[in-house]
Design a protein around this ligand. Structure first.
Ligand code: ZN
Length: 134
């Protein structure tokens, strides 16, 4: 598979409004958009930096995956996403290599992306997302 670049870094925060201030007021980035991803029970704020972006992930539900993550590990970097040209081919290759996946099929992510997560047991503890988008 061809990894094109780091698509985004997902950061779990309790509040986009609170945590966003560092990225906007101190680093001078801009929150371009905030999207609700209902099936992940999360609001996602996008802060683009050239080909990549920071995504701030704020739970909308105490039982959502981001709320659970923050309860267990606190706020901080939650996952890293690598962009590929063709996610179906990438998943095929990962399966052939015997890599354990969280998602065996691509699903819809924020920003119209097709995404799939690799199991952190395969990656030295890092939650890795593969994503394809236009
Ligand atoms: Zn992501």
């Amino acid at each position: 598979m061809k990894i094109k670049h780091i698509d985004h870094i997902g950061i779990a925060v309790k509040s986009i409004e609170q945590a966003g201030k560092f990225y906007t007021d101190v680093l001078g980035l801009t929150i371009e958009d905030i999207e609700n991803v209902a099936d992940q029970k999360v609001n996602v704020a996008f802060l683009p930096i050239t080909d990549s972006e920071i995504e701030l992930l704020e739970s909308t539900d105490p039982d959502g995956p981001i709320a659970k993550y923050i309860n267990a590990r606190g706020e901080g970097i939650q996952h890293i996403a690598f962009r590929v040209d063709n996610i179906e081919e990438a998943l095929e290759e990962l399966k052939k290599k015997g890599v354990r996946m969280i998602d065996n099929e691509p699903r819809g992510g924020a920003g119209g992306a097709k995404i799939a997560f690799i199991h952190p047991k395969e990656t030295g503890g890092v939650l890795v997302e593969i994503c394809e988008r236009d």
